[in-house]
Design a protein around this ligand. Structure first.
Ligand SMILES: CSCCC(=O)C(=O)COP(=O)(O)O
Ligand SMILES: [Zn+2]
Length: 204
């Protein structure tokens, strides 16, 4: 089986984010697009910090079907939704960081608004700390097809950029390449950490 050229780059990104503690236990899942119809997703239940290319399964974007018969991520439907909605998205990273998990519970509104941070410019298209970056928040759900439908309804009204949060669960983000998805992950995680600290300190 020949896999996409970006897959080894994704594997390296998985090792990097695993070393940061952003995919504890078997949390998180990652994928890369092969073409308009197919992507490669991490196998369900693995430690995502020590994946190899052989731990990724080819999945049909339209159907979530994995011809290998092995089980791709339980959250496959969220990755394929992003690939269906955004043809320019070529890599998707889902992580369980402490900041994403906690902040998504603390914030009761439907979007997390980030403003005043220079690091907003780590997100493609952002040019000023004076702008506001809105990250949508969705209630978590064990029914992934239902969750994907909810996210799709929202996204058809308000196109998603960079990523979204699942309450008490984590962050899913993407990019035009693995490098861009990784930069968005690192930038958003930094912004979440800042926002957590700001909210803690400003309460006192
Ligand atoms: C303890 S991880 C719970 C499932 C989850 O949220 C996740 O990200 C990993 O699921 P996968 O099927 O991709 O291993
Ligand atoms: Zn998850």
């Amino acid at each position: 089986m020949t896999y996409p050229l970006q897959l080894p780059v994704l594997v390296e990104a998985c090792h990097w984010l695993g070393a940061k503690g952003w995919a504890p236990a078997t949390g998180g899942n990652m994928s890369v697009r092969e073409n308009a119809d197919w992507c490669w997703l991490s196998e369900s239940g693995k430690d995502k910090g020590s994946l190899t290319v052989d731990d990724f399964l080819q999945v049909e974007i339209a159907t979530d079907r994995a011809p290998s018969g092995r089980k791709p991520s339980a959250e496959t439907g969220l990755h394929t939704l992003i690939y269906r909605l955004y043809p320019e998205a070529n890599a998707v990273l889902h992580v369980h960081t402490v900041n994403a998990t906690v902040l998504s519970r603390v914030e009761k509104l439907a979007t997390l608004k980030l403003t005043g941070y220079e690091m907003q410019k780590s997100l493609s298209g952002q040019t000023s700390h004076l702008d506001t970056v809105s990250i949508p928040l969705f209630d978590n759900d064990q029914d992934i097809p239902a969750l994907a439908r909810r996210i799709e309804i929202y996204a058809r009204q308000t196109p998603l950029s960079y990523g979204f949060l699942l309450r008490g669960h984590g962050l899913t983000c993407w990019g035009r390449s693995v490098a861009e998805a990784r930069r968005h992950l690192e930038g958003l995680e930094f912004l979440f950490e800042c926002e957590m600290q700001r909210r803690l300190l400003e309460r006192s």
